[in-house]
Every structure is written in structure tokens, then in C-alpha cells.
Ligand binder design. Sequence first.
Ligand code: WTA
Length: 662
Amino acid sequence: MTTSEPAATLDNLLAEDRTFPPPDGFAATANVTAEAYRRATEDPEAYWAEQARRLSWATEWTDVLDWTDAPHARWFVGGELNVAYNCVDRHVESGNGERVAIHWEGEPGDTRTITYAQLQDEVCRTANALTSLGLQAGDRVAIYLPMVPEAVFAMLACARLGLPHSVVFGGFSAEALRTRIADAQAQVVITADGQYRRGSAAPLKSAVDEAVADRDSPVRSVVVVRRTGIDVSWTDKDVWWHDLVDGQSTEHTLQAFPSEHPLFILYTSGTTGKPKGILHTSGGYLTQAAYTHWAVFDLKPETDVYWCTADIGWVTGHSYIVYGPLANGATEVIYEGTPNTPHEGRHWDIVDKYGVSIYYTAPTLIRTFMKWGSEIPGRYRLDSLRVLGSVGEPINPEAWMWYRQTIGRDRCPIVDTWWQTETGAIMISPLPGVTATKPGSAMTPLPGISAAVVNDDGVRVGPGGGGYLVLDRPWPGMLRTIWGDDQRFVDTYWSRFAAQGYYFAGDGAKYDTDGALWLLGRVDDVMNVSGHRISTTEVESALVAHPSVAEAAVVGASDEMTGQGIVAFVILRGDAAAKVQTDGQSGADLVSELRKHVGTQIGPIARPRQIMIVQELPKTRSGKIMRRLLRDVAEHRDLGDVTTLQDSSVMELITTGLASGK
Ligand code: WTA
């Protein structure tokens, strides 16, 4: 494991002394007040039990937490519930069936308004359809869909039937989909013919065709939503969504499942080439998703219109588009497309159109909006907004201030929320009615959550100190294991500070002198590109799988727009190298071919920003690639000490080679 040095701008960050207390009047009506911190600290389990009562349980639990088999937690032991009932039916039963659950806005401008009563019908039909395919509780279903309402229906229908879903981001490649299907042994895939991206229809089903083509594929059926109308090829596994679902009954008798019944698997990058299937279960996950959505965004379900701009293919979409908001009976916007289609004001247009009051997005998008110019949001009213959220990567103070002033018009509190696929829900964040925020800081753990910053030896540091972020107490939404690889679960998260029993988050963090937390990015070989986690090893494996590549090293170099950008250094195989040496053009051709190749292997988000062909890679005497040096090259920094290099002339070779364009 390599430890990355804290960001160079850290000192500036920690000198940040602007603070923004909750706006006048906000605190008076806020869902959560300062008293919650005290109560939660006194008795965290009692606090979480109180939060679990937001949900409807078919059977009450007997124990809040069983941690006797740590690090394997069981929450709300003995309790039984149905997650979909909690997200849909109970709102209808309590008289809110006519409340809008989803204002869906398609990229081309088509729209759909779905009330809770209609959502109930759709979920029941979909559940009946999945049952007709022979699926039984515990079977896995892969969902590979764009941001269409059917994605929500499918997830909730799976939850209703106790079928763990594995949502695979629609931007991932056929190969990435294939490995995820194989790992989870999914029997059914739900997809669409195509998806709208930047104004045009791109194929999607073709990737599924490729992913399930193998004779030993576990997939029996592929359910296809007609979204774009583009041509698709057809096999006898395929069935149209409208043929399968539309004729089903809207009656469906539900069943309660144990609190620890698996709800979903979501794959995320780790430090090796193989993605990890993060497993989440039902009662604890839904408790924390619902509680945090209510507390952090100060949700008032009767009046708020909430919009999270994430894709359901990521954990933010799971917890803050599907499970959290719907468990709370919220009215939300779901937008299908890209933020600049057909124009760069699309998001602000949507905010005004639906009266969005809570807006939750990622720093990379905020920086993109900044680049497009303040005059664009300046043309819109945006007076419905009252809370702004940020997630996915550290937010730089400039972007934070721009968000506050230009979008929030200096009236809306900003909640910078730190969490991970593994944590299931928000862990560290301001509370909008309580916290005086600082631009760029996620501030403090939520009531009920405990975190610490420790040094290399696992010793806690105090105000002003820095090190690794750890979570020192179990929390309800925590991952339960890595699907099919429990040893990796223990090794990855619990071995680094095993003596202390801490969960190792993989992030660097620091306390300022007031004790506020500043997250500093990953300390392992995981990159964060536009808020997406991508492992350096995964990209390296994709590169060396290309016949022209002998060796590859990948680093995340800081990037103004995307947080980090992927930079790859490759050594070519003999023939390819000889060709590139004699002919300048083939170097450029090869580089673009390699970028494309990574796109096919993993997905377009993993395509390197830059690929440098080099003759050597810097290695330590023990043969480890020195990524730190490569990062320095990629970020054009001075190289510093290279004496631990096996051959220190290597760096010279790389830098002079690069300077001469080779
Ligand atoms: C980073 C996304 C700083 C962090 C919910 C974490 C953040 C990884 C923040 C998880 C934030 C997320 N401030 N860093 N507010 N939010 N991160 O699993 O490095 O896609 O470990 O979950 O994103 O990414 P993941």
C-alpha cells in the first residue's frame, strides 16, 4: 500500500476561517437539533433503535446490534421487514398515494409523473413479472439500465421479492458487465435497447448480448425496456419489458424478510484488478439511508422537492435516489440525461420547472458549471432551493463558495457528505440546522456515527493532527461482507488496524484546530475520477491485456475538473516498440487505440486522460513500481529523492523521453 502525501493545498485549506452558520430561521424548524449529538453519544444503540422506528417492521427486533462475530455485524436481529413495502405501499396506506414520488424528466424532453399509488402498481407488476421468470428469494438479478423509471421499478421489485440486485452502471463495458454477472451468478439481466446520451441514442442491449453470449453464462433471461427504439438483435433469452410486465396484475402479496436478508450487491473498485461486490442487507441499511436522508437534507416530505443528480449505477443513486427518499415518502426529480443537453442551463431549468428545494450533486459537476459560467444559472430564479449537497470527492473551497453564492444565492446551507459504497449511507456531514460550515470540510460525524483520525500505529491524533480516517464503532448501513470473498472483506477493511478493531476507510483525513474533519482523498491505489472510483491496477490490467503492451503503470494525477485524471505509462512489446521508434504517427495511433481498448475493457470513464510510451518504469529495489514518482511526472513536479530507485537513470530516461515527445 502506498501512502500518498496530503494535497499540496492542505495548508491553505486548513487556514480556512470562513464559517457559515445555518441561515436565520432555518434552525428553528430543522428536523435535527444539536441535542441529537448528545443523545446519540450517550447511547448509540438506543439512538439507532429510535431511527429504525421510522420504518415499518413486520416483526420487532430483539437485539439492536450483535457484534459478537466482529467484524461481521448483525443489526436489528430478529426483526423482519419488507424494504419495498417501506418505500412504497405504506405511503399509500397512510393516505399519501396521490403524492408524487417521481417527476421523471427524459433527456429528449419527454416526462412522466409517478405518484406513490402508481409506483405501487408498477412495482407489483414488475414483481409478478420477475416471479413468472422463476426467480426465488435469494436469486440475483443484474440491472443494466439508463436513468429510466423502470430502473426504480426493477430495484424495488427485487427488494419486494428478496432478490438481491446488482446494478451495473450503464457506462460500463460488456466485459465489465460479464465479470459482474459471473461473480454474482445473476440469472436475469434487466436492460434497455439503448440510452440517450448527449442528444443521441446509443446502444445498450448489444453489450448485454456480448456479456451473456458464453455457453456457461448463468443468465437465463434478458428483459429489455424499449427506450430509444433503436434496432436490437434478438435471442431466445430475450423478452421485452412491455410484453412481460404490462399485462401483469397490480396485486402482489408481499412477504417480510429477516433484517439481515441481502438487499443488494454493488461492485466497486479495490486496490486489485478485481472489483469487490459490496454486500448490503435490509433493516440496518434502510434505517441509515432513511435517517440520513431526513436529517442531512432536512427533508420535509409534504413540501420539499428533492433532486439527486447521481446515476443509480452508483451507491449514491441506490441510497439517495431509491431507498432513502422513497422510504421517507419524498417527492423527487429523476433526470435521465447529461447536464448540457440541449443546453448548459438544463439543470437550472429543471430546478425552476419542478421547484426543486434540495439539490445533491458532485464537486466535479459544480466545477463544470463554474467553467460554463455563472451567467448561465444567473438566468434562472432558483428561489425554490433551500439545501445544497455535495458528495463523491473532496470539494475545493473555491467550488464550495461558488456553489453557495451562485446556486444557493447565499441563503442555502451546504452539506458536504462523506461516505462510501461500503458505508451504505452518509457518515460525516454538517447538519443544515445545526452546523456552522467551513468551505471544503465535511465537519463532523453524524449523530450515531463515530469516526477518528489515527496515525500509522493506529493511535488517535488530536486537533491539528492528520493521518488515516477510521470508523471505530459499527453502524447500521455498514457492508456485511464482499460477495463470495469474506477473507478479502476482513483483509481490506479490518486488518490494517486489527489491534484496535477499526474499519480502515482508505482515506486520508485531518482535524483542523477546531476539530472539524477535512477529507484528503484516497491513500491507496484507488483513483477518484469525477467522483468515480477506479483502481490503478484495474486499468493496468486492461492495458497489459493489449497485445502491444509489455508493462503498464497507472497513476491518478490531480486534475482541475475531474479531481483526478488517469495517466498511464506503458512499455511496449518488441514489435510495437520498433514500429513506434521508426514512425512517429504509429505512436499516436497506438495511444488512441490503447485508450479505446481500456474503454472496451472497463468503460469510457476509465479511459486514460494521457498515455505515455516509455522505455522503463521506475521501480524500488524490491521491484515495486514507484507510483509517487510517476505522479510527479504526470503533475509536472520536481522529482525529489530518487535514491531508492533500482536504477535512478530511469527517471531521466522517462522525463527526457517525454520532453522529446517519444
Ligand atoms: C471519496 C461515494 C471527500 C472518498 C458516496 C471515499 C469523498 C470515496 C466524499 C467513496 C466527500 C466521497 N469528501 N471525499 N464528501 N465523498 N468521497 O464508494 O475517497 O463511490 O473513500 O462512494 O469517495 O466513493 P464511493
